[in-house]
Design a binder for this molecule. Structure first.
Ligand code: SF4
Length: 295
């Protein structure tokens, strides 16, 4: 939705535009958090880890061993281990207790666009309810007739003392600015998806979405704001997904990935974290395509 051209660079031309170091640090940070919370979950009587119910902590590596194992398996990232393990230890010194009853860690959820109980929208499977998918309607496209789905992975779901379920999203950042408006996260479509999925899964017992912002250098701040709700946007989120999928499918039929529509907007192309990774390619085209940088 943000920029079809950016989508083409990353999802059709397989050009990796996120700096590898930031990606690797984020992955190591997630592994540390996931293992710690999964261990807590097993000690509390069990929790979902990925798609399995786990209730034996001895089957899980310690967070630090898991981070090392990840880098060994990937054959890279070892240079980030000291910083990320320091980040984790400082986090644990500050928050030595679980933030609630850990219910799920790294848990995948898939929603489908279609009809449920006579109502059209984006639906996650729930007990006893049948979803009739409304498939992609784009004759000639390889996915024509296939269901449209949205998959997300919850970093964590916890149950608080009041019995409310919360979806948590861990973010490791070089700078955590606690006063920064959470509205930017609230309007993000990914968080809308979390909220819609959470409401369907847990109904009135759903508390909302929270961020766990963890600073990866001194002064090692941690901020845990709640993401505000966006009830108006959420009413037509599914419809926007539907339209975006069909626009992209039409572009797929056209091909020529270098000339897809471009956002061409001052703050979209040059945002909070600096320039969009595709900006040079939008300036000059194929001649500056990064070499050896494919996913
Ligand atoms: S620089 Fe702007 S137009 Fe080009 S891919 Fe990035 S967001 Fe899109």
């Amino acid at each position: 939705m943000k920029c079809p051209q950016l989508f083409a660079y990353t999802n059709r031309m397989e050009i990796d535009l996120i700096p590898a170091s930031a990606l690797t640090r984020g992955s190591i940070g997630h592994i540390l958090q996931a293992h710690q919370h999964a261990i807590w979950g097993t000690q509390q009587g069990g929790c979902w880890v990925d798609e399995d119910w786990v209730d034996d902590a001895s089957t899980l590596l310690s967070p630090e061993d898991a981070a090392h194992a990840y880098c060994d398996k990937e054959g890279q990232g070892h240079e980030h281990l000291d910083r990320m393990i320091e980040t984790y230890r400082r986090y644990m010194a500050r928050f030595p207790e679980p933030p609630g009853r850990v219910w799920a860690v790294e848990s995948p959820i898939t929603a489908t666009l279609g009809e449920k109980d006579g109502q059209w929208g984006m639906w996650v499977p729930t007990k006893g309810a049948e979803i009739v998918p409304t498939p992609l309607d784009c004759p000639g496209h390889p996915d024509h007739g296939k269901p449209l789905t949205l998959s997300r992975r919850l970093d964590m779901a916890i149950i608080d003392r009041a019995g409310k379920y919360w979806i948590w999203d861990h973010k490791h950042q070089a700078r955590v600015v606690a006063s920064r408006s959470v509205d930017a996260y609230a309007i993000d479509g990914g968080f809308a998806a979390f909220r819609i999925m959470g409401q369907q899964l847990w109904g009135a017992q759903f508390g909302g979405v929270a961020l766990n912002l963890i600073e990866t250098q001194g002064p090692w701040k941690v901020s845990r704001p709640t993401v505000p709700t966006t009830p108006h946007r959420d009413t037509h989120f599914a419809e926007m997904l539907w339209q975006a999928e069909h626009r992209l499918a039409q572009l797929d039929l056209r091909g020529d990935h270098w000339t897809w529509p471009k956002a061409q907007h001052e703050t979209t192309c040059y945002g909070r974290y600096g320039a969009c990774g595709g900006i040079r390619m939008c300036f000059y085209g194929e001649s500056v395509k990064p070499s050896g940088h494919a996913k």
